[in-house]
Design a protein. Structure first.
Length: 390
C-alpha cells in the first residue's frame, strides 16, 4: 500500500473558494449597488464584527444559528468566540443595545461575509456573502411589504427585473397542530411528509387534519389560489389570524407594486411551508428569479431580543445573497483598460481615468506588454486612447 500524497498547498476547504477577476469586482459592485438601494429608502448601514464572544452571539435569535457556528478560543481573554453564520442576530444585538435609544421603527442595513459549518445541496458554499436590511420596532403588513419592495427595487438596480417572491408563514402548521392538540409523538413524521410535499404521506399521517393539510399543500402556488384555500380552510382562531396576516401582507405588497408601477414580479404563497431560519416567527419571504431554483434572498419576521434583559421587540428582515444574484444577472462590464507607456504625461492618464478607463502604467519601455496585461487600449502621445485592435 502506498502512502497518501500530501495535500496540495493551494487546496481550499470544502465550500470555500477564491473569487478571481473579474468576478470579485463584479460582486463588490453588486453589493454596493444593493446597499445604495437600501440607503435610498432610509436604511442606515452598520458593520458588526466578524467574531463575537459565543455567549453574546448565540443568544436571542442567534441561538437558532448555534449548530452552524464555528467556534474558537480567544487567546487574549481565554473565552470562547463564535464566527458569525448570519448577520441578522448581530444587527439585532446592535439595535437593542448600542441603538436602543434611537426612535422606532429603526431601519438598518449591512453587508459582509458569513461562515457556516455545513452547506446545503442548493447552496454548496460555506462562506456566504450577505447584504440585507432590518426594520425593527414595528409589526404590520405594511412593514412586511416595505422589506419586500425595498429588496425588489435593489435587485432591479443590479439588473433583475423578473422576480418570483414566495411568502410563507412557518408558524402556521405548528399553530394548527397545537390548537387541535395533534399528538406530539406523530408530529415529526407529519412534518417530514409536509417537508417532502408528499401528499399521500400527509393524508396517511395527518389524522383529522388530513383534508385541511392536503388542501393547503395542493394550494401552494400563485397567491390568489393559495389565499383562497386558506380562506376556505377550517382553521381554529389563532391559526386563522396567521392566515389573515399572510393575506394582508400580500394585499400590502400588491398595493405598493401598483403605486410604483413595478412589473415582472410574481407573488406565490405556500401555506404549509415551514423551512427557513429557525428564528423566524411570522410572515417570511424567499426571492427567486423565474427558471432558477437558487434562492436570491430570504427574510421574515422575528423577535429582536436584548441579550441582557431578554426583552424583545417586533422586527422583520431580508437578506440577499450576492453570490446567487451574480449567477443570474448579465455579466458585469468592467472598465476598458488602457496601457500607459513609460514616461507618458500623468495628466493625460488622469484624463482617461476621468473618462472611465482603468489605466495600467508601464514599468519599462516595452509597449508589447499591453495585450499580455489585458489592456484593450493604448494611450498615444497626445493623450488619446486607441483600441489595440485598430
Amino acid at each position: 500500500m502506498t502512502d497518501d500524497l500530501p495535500p496540495h498547498k493551494a487546496l481550499l476547504p470544502s465550500g470555500l473558494r477564491d473569487r478571481l477577476p473579474p468576478d470579485a469586482e463584479a460582486e463588490a459592485a453588486a453589493v454596493e449597488t444593493l446597499m445604495a438601494g437600501f440607503a435610498a429608502h432610509g436604511y442606515q448601514r452598520v458593520k458588526p464584527p466578524l467574531l463575537e464572544f459565543e455567549d453574546g452571539l448565540l443568544t436571542g435569535s442567534g441561538a437558532a444559528m448555534a449548530e452552524q457556528t464555528f467556534r474558537l478560543m480567544d487567546p487574549d481573554t481565554r473565552r470562547m468566540m463564535g464566527l458569525r453564520a448570519d448577520m441578522t442576530p448581530q444587527v439585532a444585538r446592535i439595535a437593542t443595545t448600542r441603538l436602543g435609544h434611537i426612535a422606532r421603527p429603526l431601519r438598518l442595513s449591512y453587508a459582509g461575509q458569513c461562515l457556516r459549518v455545513q452547506a446545503s445541496q442548493l447552496a454548496p458554499e460555506r462562506q456566504i456573502a450577505q447584504a440585507g436590511i432590518e426594520l425593527i420596532g414595528h409589526d404590520s403588513p405594511e412593514a412586511d411589504a416595505e422589506i419586500v419592495l425595498v429588496g425588489a427595487e435593489a435587485l432591479r438596480a443590479v439588473g433583475l427585473h423578473r422576480l418570483s417572491i414566495d411568502l410563507t408563514m412557518p408558524t402556521l402548521v405548528p399553530s394548527l397542530l397545537d390548537e387541535t392538540h395533534f399528538p406530539a409523538d406523530k408530529r415529526a413524521a407529519l412534518s417530514r411528509a409536509l417537508d417532502r410535499k408528499d401528499i399521500a404521506a400527509v393524508r396517511d399521517r395527518a389524522g383529522p387534519l388530513a383534508a385541511t393539510l392536503s388542501d393547503l399543500l395542493l394550494a401552494a402556488g400563485p397567491a390568489d389560489g393559495a389565499l383562497a384555500a386558506l380562506a376556505a380552510a377550517d382553521l381554529p382562531a389563532a391559526t386563522r389570524k396567521l392566515a389573515e396576516r399572510v393575506a394582508a401582507t400580500v394585499a400590502a405588497i400588491r398595493s405598493q407594486l401598483a403605486a410604483r408601477s413595478m412589473q415582472g414580479i410574481t407573488l406565490t404563497v405556500d401555506p404549509v411551508e415551514f423551512r427557513g431560519l429557525k428564528y423566524h416567527t411570522g410572515v417570511c419571504t424567499t426571492f427567486y428569479t423565474p427558471g432558477r431554483q437558487a434562492e436570491l434572498g430570504r427574510g421574515g419576521r422575528y423577535i429582536c431580543s436584548d441579550p441582557e434583559t431578554g426583552a424583545g421587540e417586533p422586527a422583520t428582515c431580508l437578506t440577499l445573497y450576492p453570490d446567487a444574484v451574480m449567477r443570474v444577472v448579465a455579466p458585469h462590464r468592467t472598465a476598458p483598460r488602457v496601457f500607459i507607456p513609460l514616461g507618458a504625461n500623468p495628466a493625460h492618464a488622469a484624463a482617461l481615468r476621468a473618462q472611465g478607463f482603468a489605466t495600467v502604467a508601464a514599468l519599462d519601455p516595452d509597449t508589447s506588454a499591453a495585450s499580455r496585461l489585458g489592456c484593450t487600449h493604448l494611450m498615444q502621445a497626445d493623450g488619446t486612447a486607441v483600441a489595440l485592435s485598430e
